[in-house]
Ligand binder design. Structure first.
Ligand SMILES: OC[C@@H]1[C@H](O)[C@H](O)[C@@H](O)CN1C(=S)Nc1ccc(F)cc1
Length: 395
């Protein structure tokens, strides 16, 4: 969507995978969907270096509203859980130099059964703008699939009409795929990023299913990604319970290669140092936020390894090698099997970023560079071609 936003993949925090629809603030005041949760996350994001690392949007997901619209037909926050209302929460988040995201649904109800926006697109867009909201995640539940396009485009126009810059995150293709192949040209014109596939869960099988779907549809979806519009493989679950450290490194590396929005869903108030270090790794974030804005793709599969490559600015290349084998110990992968390795003709400079930082120095096409990759782990590298002076000096 050409609204000047999401020129790089969105970075921030989104409540859903970790906090879901927990509305029991009597029993669980620290973990229920309430203004406290977002204010505390905003505080931590400033205090613990998340904002400095680039994480900017604090996002509310489903279950925030009251069950009824107000007398003017406007959505309103649950008064017990958000006593200050959304506008005051937005002011607080803005006072921290962060941005606030909110959630609504194109159809009759949200997926959790709260009021949907069907028939209220302009009212809801104006309400969000009046509150100072900076991002809208627009879900696709309870909607006739034949009307999805109208719904998503009408809300896009309604947001534009408010005159406020509001990043528009859609789920349009996710709800259309079961019926017909989505039109990614229309989707890109309408949204700043779009969910294509199932919700992420806190498990390696969930991450694998998302990667497999992406690889098998890459010819359709990869060309549609670029500044202002991105494919959204769903939230980062790094720092929760279900992934080993190697698997957490794999999600971080592959989401950077896919130019995916980096929306964490975890408890930043209580996260293990290794996961925090991984999420704040500047070299990986630089790959994610690369100005060329081209999404990477699966370039080779061999012997239970997957090679993913992303072209970067300044003719550089990011390479991720994933060891799909889930038995045994670390396995060796020769970098010569990386299709993009040909940019090392005649020479290139190689830096390994994961599983640990290692400058591998100048290599040639014939170099024997071996990577040791843990089961369900990933080696992440950047390769910079060095053109020798003899080769086409005027090129
Ligand atoms: O209710 C909101 C929740 C999150 O926003 C996800 O990111 C959205 O993809 C939708 N969503 C959920 S749980 N959707 C859903 C997931 C499974 C299901 F059987 C019925 C609805």
């Amino acid at each position: 969507l050409d609204n000047g936003l999401a020129l790089k993949p969105t970075m921030g925090w989104l409540h859903w995978e970790r906090f879901m629809c927990n509305t029991d603030c009597d029993t669980q005041p620290d973990n229920c969907i309430s203004e406290r949760l977002y204010m505390q996350m905003a505080d931590v994001m400033v205090k613990e270096g998340w904002k400095d690392a680039g994480y900017e949007y604090v996002c509310i997901d489903d279950c925030w509203p009251s069950r009824q619209r107000d007398a003017q037909g406007r959505l309103q926050a649950d008064p017990k859980r958000f006593p200050g209302g959304i506008k005051k929460l937005a002011d607080y988040v803005h006072s921290k130099g962060l941005k606030l995201g909110i959630y609504a649904d194109v159809g009759k109800n949200t997926c959790a059964g709260y009021p949907g926006s069907l028939g209220h697109y302009e009212t809801d867009a104006q309400t969000f703008a009046d509150w100072g909201v900076d991002l809208l995640k627009f879900d696709g539940c309870f909607m006739d699939w034949k009307l999805l396009g109208d719904g998503y485009t009408n809300m896009s126009k309604a947001l534009n009409k408010t005159g406020r810059s509001i990043l528009y995150s859609c789920e349009w293709p996710l709800y259309e795929w079961p019926f017909q192949k989505p039109n990614y040209t229309a989707i890109r014109e309408t949204c700043n990023h779009w969910r294509n596939f199932d919700d992420v869960f806190d498990s390696w099988s969930s991450i694998k299913s998302i990667l497999d779907w992406t690889a098998s549809h890459q010819d359709t979806i990869v060309p549609s990604a670029g500044p202002g519009g991105w494919n959204d493989p769903d939230m980062l679950v790094i720092g929760n319970f279900g992934l080993s450290h190697a698997q957490q490194e794999s999600q971080m590396a592959l989401w950077a290669i896919m130019a995916a929005p980096l929306l964490m869903s975890n408890d930043l108030r209580d996260i293990c140092p290794r996961s925090k270090k991984l999420l704040q790794n500047k070299l990986i974030i630089d790959i994610s936020q690369d100005p060329l804005g081209k999404q990477g793709h699966l370039s080779a599969k061999l012997d239970s390894f997957e090679v993913w490559e992303r072209p970067l600015s300044k003719r550089r290349l990011a390479v991720a090698v994933l060891n799909k084998q889930e038995i045994g110990g670390p396995r060796i992968f020769s970098i010569r099997f990386v299709p993009g390795w040909k940019i090392c003709d005649p020479q290139c400079n190689v830096t390994q970023i994961l599983p640990q930082y290692k400058e591998m120095g100048v290599q040639t096409l014939q170099s024997k560079v071996l990577l040791y990759i843990d089961p369900s782990g990933t080696a992440l590298l950047t390769v910079t071609p060095l053109s020798s002076p003899l080769k086409n000096p005027h090129k």
